[in-house]
Design a protein around this ligand. Structure first.
Ligand code: ZN
Length: 242
């Protein structure tokens, strides 16, 4: 049964890749995407917009933009790309809020993280991507970085694919430095057995990064890079299972 299920999944991912090609010619292609969804079991990705509600994350040094809002914008754009490519997106939040959790009473942040962990584990996704914006004491630092848990081989592969595309399409072009994907100890990366990455999309402490990160056109471009990396990762994972 496992083989059959994976073959269905492989077909779903192949269909998603086809949908990207189609989208390149005619953005959206809703009829074709719908046809693909009917013919296969769609891969599933949990899209986590970091922070939210009372937890704004970091703030833009010049604009005061809340990280939580920027994360959500990029997350929703990524979700739209995934859905248009025949991949199901499950969000950990869709509004500016924190969630409670029955097992955590006096720590809002911890309760919110546990809720997100529950969403991931209940969804049993093919991949998890958590979206954040960075901040550093030196305003000079800039660029986008991908992180994985060192015990998560799938997460490492996903992060490396993502970092390569971020370096090519974002970091090099914007004049920032290139990065390597790094391991990090974060709850979102270790709370489930599913391949997970955190992407820090740029530094809100750097004026040039900040100007880009608050720009809707750049947010869409960034989300498209996250989408491409996710599809490549899902395709590789499905092929390696064959
Ligand atoms: Zn953050």
């Amino acid at each position: 049964m496992q083989v059959i299920r994976d073959k269905n999944k492989l077909f779903g991912i192949a269909a998603a890749v086809l949908a990207i090609v189609i989208a390149a010619f005619a953005m959206g292609a809703p009829l074709m995407a719908a046809a693909i969804r009917q013919r296969s079991s769609a891969p599933v990705v949990v899209v986590d917009a970091g922070h939210g509600g009372a937890d704004a994350g970091v703030l833009g040094g010049r604009t005061g933009a809340k990280e939580s809002n920027l994360n959500l914008k990029v997350a929703k754009l990524l979700g739209e790309y995934l859905e248009s490519g025949g991949i199901r997106a499950v969000y950990t939040r869709t509004g500016d809020s924190m969630h409670s959790h029955p097992s955590v009473k006096n720590n809002k942040k911890r309760a919110d993280m546990f809720y997100r962990g529950d969403v991931i584990n209940k969804t049993a996704p093919d991949a998890v991507i958590s979206i954040h914006m960075n901040f550093y004491s030196s305003a000079a630092r800039r660029g986008a970085q991908a992180f994985f848990d060192k015990t998560d081989e799938g997460g490492r592969e996903y992060a490396e694919i993502l970092q390569e595309l971020l370096n090519r399409d974002v970091n090099s072009e914007l004049g920032g430095r290139e990065y390597s994907a790094l391991s990090a100890e974060k709850y979102l990366l270790s709370c489930s057995p599913y391949p997970a990455v955190i992407v820090e999309c740029g530094f809100l402490s750097n004026p040039l990064d900040e100007a880009a990160l608050v720009d809707p056109d750049f947010q869409a471009r960034l989300a498209y890079v996250l989408f491409q990396a996710t599809v490549i990762f899902l395709q590789k994972t499905a092929l390696s299972r064959e």
